[in-house]
Design a protein. Structure first.
Length: 98
């Protein structure tokens, strides 16, 4: 349901934004990975696979909502962000350059 403004009947569009990642391209997401996940088995590319799954979900939502009006679905990759998340896969000497 669309949000209504306090001034009356005008509607603001709904916006869904999924934060993507550059590591999504490392995903090996396929039916075997999904079946293993159902069993609780870890994947060596869990982060990338989860980002790929979210992008696929975002794409499906965008397509299904495209013609319903006033609903916008987007995925955005903010690029490299200075957090401790990359501390373990970015060489130490590159931190000064990021």
């Amino acid at each position: 349901r669309h949000r209504e403004t306090s001034g009356g009947g005008s509607h603001h569009p709904l916006r869904v934004v999924q934060v993507s990642s550059g590591r999504e391209h490392e995903s090996h997401l396929n039916q075997g990975v999904l079946d293993a996940a159902k069993k609780g088995e870890p994947s060596p590319h869990e982060y990338a696979d989860s980002k790929r799954a979210l992008l696929l979900w975002t794409s499906v939502r965008a397509q299904s909502l495209a013609f319903k009006g006033n609903v916008f679905v987007h995925a955005a990759n903010p690029g490299r962000v200075d957090t401790r998340l990359g501390l373990y896969w970015i060489p130490f000497w590159l931190w000064g350059l990021s």
